[in-house]
Write a protein that binds this ligand. Structure first.
Ligand code: NCD
Length: 312
C-alpha cells in the first residue's frame, strides 16, 4: 500500500512560478532577515522536525546555509554526501531518498549532478523535496537570494537591466536568475564568449523580449543596474574552447566596475575564481559589491522556502 501524500509541496524550479508566488517568497525571505542577521535568533516552525540534506555534489554556501536555515527554524538537520554514503556503492538517488524518507524525516534538500534529479525523487516520495542545484538545470534558492539582494539595493526590478556574465551554457544559477528576473519584468543581458552564450539562450524563458544576448562586455557596462559574474563550470564540460584571454574579454576588473552605471550592484554566487571572472579589488573593495550579502540572504531565502513547503 502506498503512503504517498499526493499534495506534498516541493520547490524544484523558478520557471513557472507566478509573479505573485515569487513575490510572496521574497517578502517572507525579507522578513526572515531579522532572524538571519542576528546570531541568536530562532523561530520554532520546524520544532520536532528532522530535515535531510542529500548533497551529492560539492557545496559550501548552499549546504551550510540550508543547515543554518533549519536550525534558525528550530528544526534538526543532517547532511549526507556522496562520498561516505552508499552512493559510492552504486545506490541510486531515488533509492537513497526512499530509505532516508523511511527514517521519518520531514523533508529532503537535494543537490545532484543529474539535471532533473530532485524532480525524479519528488515523484516517488511523500515528503517535500527542495532542489539545492541540479546539474545544468536550476538552482532555485540561489535565484531567490540573488533577487532578494538586488531588490535590497535597487528596489523594484521592473524595467531594470541586469547582466549575467560567463558560462551561461552550463550554469544553473544563470537559469534560475533569468527565470526569476524576467518573471519580475527585469531585462536580462546574457554575456559571454560564443561557445558559452548563444542565440538559443534567448529562448530560455517565455519572456523572450526581456532577454538579450551579447559577446561584448565593455559596450554593455554603462547601461547596467547590476552585473552577476559566473565561474566557468569546468566540471561540467571537458572542452570549452575558451582561451586564456577570458579575463581580458570578460573579467570584471576595477576599470570595468568603475564604468558601470553609478550605484550598480555586483553579484557572484561563489565559489569565486579570483583573477579570472572577477579581480580581488572588485570582490573586496568595490562599493557595489554584494557577494557576502548574498550569502546572508541565502539563509533568509532558504528559511522562507523551508517554511513554505515543510510546514503543512
Ligand atoms: C553555484 C552552484 O553550485 O551552482 N554555487 C552555489 O551554489 N553558490 C555556482 C558554481 O558552482 O559556480
Amino acid at each position: 500500500m502506498s503512503t504517498k501524500i499526493l499534495s506534498a509541496k516541493h520547490f524544484l524550479q523558478i520557471e513557472g512560478l507566478t509573479r505573485e508566488h515569487l513575490q510572496s517568497l521574497l517578502v517572507a525571505a525579507k522578513d526572515n532577515l531579522a532572524v538571519a542577521d542576528q546570531r541568536v535568533a530562532r523561530k520554532d516552525v520546524l520544532a520536532g522536525r528532522v530535515i535531510a540534506n542529500l548533497f551529492f555534489e560539492d557545496s559550501t554556501r548552499t549546504r551550510c546555509s540550508f543547515e543554518t536555515a533549519v536550525h534558525r527554524l528550530g528544526g534538526e538537520v543532517f547532511t549526507l554526501a556522496a562520498s561516505g554514503s552508499s552512493t559510492s556503492k552504486g545506490e541510486s538517488l531515488v533509492d537513497t531518498a526512499l530509505n532516508i524518507e523511511a527514517m521519518g524525516v520531514s523533508g529532503l534538500v537535494i543537490r545532484s549532478k543529474i539535471s532533473g534529479g530532485p524532480d525524479m525523487v519528488a515523484k516517488r516520495v511523500s515528503i517535500p523535496v527542495i532542489n539545492a542545484g541540479d546539474g545544468r538545470h536550476e538552482h532555485p534558492t540561489q535565484g531567490l537570494l540573488d533577487i532578494l539582494t538586488l531588490q535590497e539595493s535597487l528596489g523594484s526590478l521592473q524595467g531594470k537591466r541586469v547582466a549575467i556574465v560567463g558560462d551561461i551554457a552550463n550554469s544553473r544559477v544563470a537559469r534560475s536568475a533569468t527565470h526569476g528576473l524576467t518573471i519580475l519584468g527585469c531585462h536580462v543581458v546574457l554575456i559571454g564568449p560564443p561557445t558559452l552564450v548563444n542565440k538559443s539562450h534567448q529562448e530560455m524563458t517565455k519572456f523572450r523580449e526581456l532577454i538579450s544576448i551579447s559577446h561584448d562586455l565593455d559596450s554593455n557596462l554603462r547601461d547596467l543596474d547590476a552585473i552577476m559574474m559566473l565561474r566557468l563550470q569546468t566540471e561540467r564540460a571537458a572542452s570549452y574552447g575558451v582561451s586564456s584571454d577570458y579575463r581580458t574579454l570578460y573579467g570584471l576588473t576595477m576599470d570595468r566596475a568603475l564604468r558601470l552605471k553609478p550605484g550598480a550592484v555586483v553579484l557572484h554566487p561563489g565559489p569565486v575564481n579570483r583573477g579570472v571572472e572577477i579581480d580581488d579589488a572588485v570582490a573586496d573593495e568595490f562599493g557595489g559589491t554584494r557577494i557576502l550579502r548574498q550569502v546572508t540572504h541565502g539563509v533568509a531565502a532558504r528559511m522562507a522556502v523551508l517554511e513554505e513547503v515543510i510546514r503543512q
